[in-house]
Design a protein around this ligand. Structure first.
Ligand code: DOR
Ligand code: ZN
Ligand code: ZN
Ligand code: ZN
Length: 395
C-alpha cells in the first residue's frame, strides 16, 4: 500500500458534521453506500447523517441501522444524528439517552431540516444534552418569519418577487439559543450560518463565554444571490444564498475562527424535485465531493487560510465539537491513520453525472476548481486512490 504523495498536501481525514444520506426512505436519491462513496471521494473519514429520513431518526432502531450499514460499507464512519423530538418538529423529546447508548452511539441531535422553534423544547433539550454529554445542533430558521417553502431577501430576490426569508429568521434563533445555552449550562451548535449578522452574534456570544459553535457550508462560501437571477431551482437551498457582503463576512469569520468549521449540508434530491418551478422545488444541493476544492479556492487561494487552517476547519474542529477522539488529529508515529491527500494543482471540472451520489443536483456543474482530493485513508486502509473508490469493507 504505497501512496505517492510527492507534491501533494497531507491532511487529517475530513469530518462532515452535516450530511443528508436519505436512507431510510429516499434511496432513489442517496443511500448510505452511495453517500459513503461520495464522502470518501471528498476526503472524508467521518460524516454525520442527519435525522430527517423516513422514518425519522428518532429511535435507536433507525440510528443503529445507519451506523451498522455505514460500517458494512466500510468507506467512512457514518455517525447517526438523532432527532431531538419524536417526529420532526414534534412536541415530545425523543429517547435521546437510548440512542446515545445504542450501537450507533449518537453524539449529536437536531431536528433537521427543521428548526426547534419552541423555546421550551429547545431549553429542555439543551439541559438534557448537557447531562448526557451530547451536542444539540440547531437549524436556526424561525419558521414564522419565513414565507413559503423557501425564501430569499436582497435586491435580486425582490426583483424576482420571491417570498422573504429574512436574516432575522436565522439571527433571532442564534441569539435566542445562545441565551438558552447559557442558562442551561449547555453547548449549542449552529448549522449552516449564512448571514453577516450571525457572524456578529457569534462574536458577541463567545465574548460572553457562551459555549456556542457554528459551521458554514461550501456553497455559502462560494455562491451569492446573483445566482438566483436565472431562477434555476438548482440554486434553491435552506438557508438561501445571500448577498456578496454576507459571503465576505462568512469567509472572514471562518478565517478568524468565529465560524468553527465547514460542513457540507450535502442534500441529494431527485431530478423531478429540482428541475421544476423554483417555488415548488426542494431545497438543497450536493456537497461532499466538491467541499475541499471550494474551501481551497475561496479561502486558501485568496490567502484567508493556510493548509494548517484547512486541517482545522475540515477535520480538527468538527471532530472536537462533536467529540470524535480518533479523528481530526495529525497522526502520531505508529498510529493507525485517517488521512486525506490533496493535489493542490489538479484542476478539474464538475460534472453532476460523474459524482458518486445517486442524485446529480450540483449547482457547481461545469465549474473548474484548482485542487482535488486524490487519496483517502480510513484507519490505515485506502478507501480512495487516485480519485477512485478503492476498498469497500471486506475487499
Ligand atoms: O437545503 C437544505 N436541504 N437544508 C437543510 O438543512 C435540509 C436539506 C434537506 O434535507 O434537503
Ligand atoms: Zn438546515
Ligand atoms: Zn425548517
Ligand atoms: Zn441540512
Amino acid at each position: 500500500q504505497v501512496i505517492d504523495a510527492r507534491g501533494h498536501i497531507l491532511l487529517p481525514g475530513f469530518v462532515d458534521m452535516h450530511t443528508h444520506l436519505r436512507e431510510p426512505g429516499r434511496e432513489d436519491t442517496e443511500t448510505i453506500e452511495s453517500g459513503s462513496a461520495a464522502a470518501a471521494l471528498g476526503g472524508y473519514t467521518a460524516v454525520f447523517a442527519m435525522a430527517n429520513t423516513d422514518p425519522v431518526a428518532d429511535s435507536v432502531v433507525v440510528t443503529d441501522h445507519v451506523w451498522r450499514r455505514g460500517q458494512e460499507v466500510g468507506l467512512v464512519d457514518v455517525h447517526p444524528v438523532g432527532a431531538i423530538t419524536v417526529g420532526l418538529k414534534g412536541k415530545q423529546l425523543a429517547e435521546m439517552a437510548t440512542m446515545a447508548a445504542g450501537i450507533g452511539r449518537v453524539k449529536m441531535f437536531s431536528d433537521d431540516g427543521h428548526c426547534v422553534d419552541d423555546p421550551l423544547i429547545m431549553r429542555r433539550a439543551l439541559e438534557y444534552s448537557s447531562s448526557l454529554g451530547v451536542l444539540i445542533a440547531q437549524h436556526a430558521e424561525e419558521p414564522r418569519l419565513t414565507v413559503g417553502a423557501v425564501a430569499h431577501e436582497g435586491p435580486t430576490a425582490a426583483r424576482l418577487g420571491l417570498a422573504g426569508w429574512p436574516r432575522a429568521a436565522e439571527e433571532s434563533i442564534v441569539a435566542r439559543d445562545a441565551l438558552l445555552a447559557r442558562d442551561a449550562g449547555a453547548r449549542v451548535h449552529i448549522c449552516h450560518a449564512s448571514t453577516a449578522g450571525t457572524v456578529e452574534l457569534m462574536k458577541w456570544a463567545r465574548g460572553q463565554g457562551i459555549s456556542i459553535t457554528a459551521e458554514v457550508t461550501p456553497h455559502h462560501l462560494l455562491l451569492d444571490d446573483s445566482r438566483l437571477e436565472t431562477y434555476d431551482a438548482i440554486n434553491k437551498v435552506n438557508p438561501p444564498l445571500r448577498e456578496k457582503s454576507d459571503v465576505d463576512a462568512l469567509r472572514r469569520g471562518l478565517a478568524d475562527g468565529v465560524i468553527d468549521c465547514v460542513a457540507t449540508d450535502h442534500a441529494p434530491h431527485a431530478e423531478q424535485d429540482k428541475c421544476c418551478e423554483f417555488s415548488i422545488a426542494r431545497p438543497g444541493m450536493l456537497g461532499l465531493e466538491t467541499a475541499l476544492s471550494i474551501v481551497v479556492d475561496t479561502m486558501v487561494t485568496p490567502g484567508l487560510l493556510d493548509w494548517r487552517g484547512v486541517a482545522r476547519v475540515m477535520s480538527e474542529r468538527p471532530a472536537q465539537i462533536v467529540g470524535l477522539a480518533d479523528q481530526g488529529r495529525p497522526i502520531e508515529v505508529g498510529e493507525i491513520a485517517n488521512l486525506t491527500v490533496v493535489d493542490p494543482d489538479a484542476s478539474w471540472t464538475v460534472s453532476g453525472k460523474k459524482l458518486a451520489s445517486v442524485a446529480h443536483n450540483t449547482p457547481f456543474e461545469d465549474m473548474t476548481f484548482s485542487s482535488k482530493v486524490t487519496t483517502t485513508v480510513l484507519r490505515g486502509r485506502i478507501t480512495v486512490r487516485d480519485g477512485v473508490v478503492a476498498n469497500r469493507a471486506g475487499e
